[in-house]
Design a protein around this ligand. Structure first.
Ligand SMILES: *Cc1c(COP(=O)(O)O)cnc(C)c1O
Length: 384
């Protein structure tokens, strides 16, 4: 496949013939498409994967975005979904049936984990959770009925990596599908398909959209796999993105390659400074040279995003609350990937946090580094 330059993908691909020389595509806010005659109508119904018939299947605005996402991930094809979770569960379901087994990463996204452990179990699909950082451990978890190895590298609270080359070749050698959640690194910094991974999923609600104004998801892979996911899951479950959501993601994605280096730089600088702060026990950011998996991170990623976590030395919940409440420029919120900085304490989302009571997740947004740094340091000073 001929690789396209990032600007060619983001600014031009799929938009060669826009009407009236428009530099943004029209929003095809239409539910149905009509046909000139019986035969055309019939052809579209028999091959909905490749035709515009009904917006619960394909839509031209959505398809422009899908072409860009596929090219960014070095995939043949991509499908946009209503949410990241919809893309994830559909790409899992498409390849398993009752009696099959899934191996997945212990610290993967919470709803992915719930789907595999609880939802799939209702339909007789078994699972094993693995740490993931050791390919031998992962291999030992495989069974004759294993159909999927589900990866997330890095994970987004604990920042653990899996060796994509090793795991992908393990999957290939045994005919097991490998799927990875690539939301953290984005295609700007990591292209799992180049290492042999079969399918890449994203929450487009994070960096792809990039403005905290839209929810969406994507799966990218081979023509054959995407056709299967489209026909078996997408059409049946109706997790269809609204054309306007696709239009917003298209607008957001044009600046992806400009935003990511700023998130990366801000996260590097903040995590370095936090590491030197006496109140901090440790920082988890894969691109720090001191990180456990730094050499693996360098091997498979060209950079990092704005999300990292750190642990305060204190275990006193009142001090932790004071720290969180003192922040001015880090908003207290879930999700991440927008222009704005966020804080998400582990103890907010986990009922029994135990040792992790002082684990704090930070999203470094696009603000000036000194503003963010001063805010974090003064919140630490005022709390501890
Ligand atoms: C947010 C997120 C998801 C879920 O995506 P939604 O768009 O919220 O459905 C999946 N994986 C990761 C790593 C995420 O951060």
């Amino acid at each position: 496949m001929q690789r396209k330059h990032i600007t060619e993908i983001l600014h031009y691909l799929g938009e060669e013939d826009l009407p009236s020389g428009a530099v943004n595509p029209p929003l095809f806010q239409t539910s149905i498409f009509s046909f000139k005659d019986f035969d055309d109508f019939s052809t579209a119904i028999s091959d909905e994967t490749n035709h515009f018939l009904y917006t619960r299947g394909n839509n031209p605005t959505v398809n422009i975005l899908e072409q860009k996402l596929a090219a960014l991930e070095h995939a043949e094809r991509a499908k946009l979904f209503a949410s990241g979770v919809a893309a994830i569960v559909s790409s899992i379901s498409a390849f398993v049936q009752s009696g099959d087994h899934i191996v997945t990463i212990k610290d993967c996204y919470s709803w992915t984990s719930t789907y595999v452990a609880k939802y799939m179990a209702r339909f007789g699909v078994e699972h094993t959770f693995v740490e993931g950082s050791d390919a031998n451990e992962l291999e030992a978890a495989l069974r004759p009925n294993t159909k999927i190895i589900y990866l997330e590298s890095p994970t987004t609270f604990t920042f653990k990596l899996q060796d994509l080359t090793e795991v992908a070749s393990l999957g290939r050698s045994k005919g097991i599908k490998t799927i990875i959640d690539n939301t953290w690194a984005t295609p700007i910094y990591q292209n799992p398909i180049d290492f042999g991974v079969d399918l890449v999923v994203h929450s487009a609600s994070k960096y792809l959209g990039g403005n905290s104004d839209v929810v969406g998801g994507v799966v990218a892979g081979s023509n054959e796999d995407i056709k299967r996911i489209f026909e078996k899951e997408f059409l049946n479950t109706g997790a269809v993105p609204d054309p306007f959501a696709a239009w917003l993601i298209l607008r957001g994605i044009r600046t992806l390659h400009i935003r990511m280096p700023v998130h990366f730089q801000n996260a590097m600088e903040l995590s370095r400074r936090l590491q030197e702060n006496e109140a901090v026990e440790y920082v988890l950011y894969p691109m720090l040279e001191s990180s456990d998996q730094y050499s693996l991170a360098k091997k498979q990623m060209r950079g990092g995003s704005g999300l990292f976590s750190f642990k305060l030395k204190t275990r006193d919940i009142d001090r932790i609350k004071r720290f969180v409440n003192s922040l001015k420029f880090f908003r207290r919120a879930v999700s991440w990937g927008g222009y704005e900085s966020l804080v998400s304490p582990y103890a907010v989302s986990h009922r029994d946090p135990g040792e992790n009571v002082s684990l704090i997740r930070i999203h470094a947004g696009l603000e000036e580094i000194e503003v963010l740094s001063e805010d974090l340091e003064s919140a630490i000073r005022s709390a501890l």
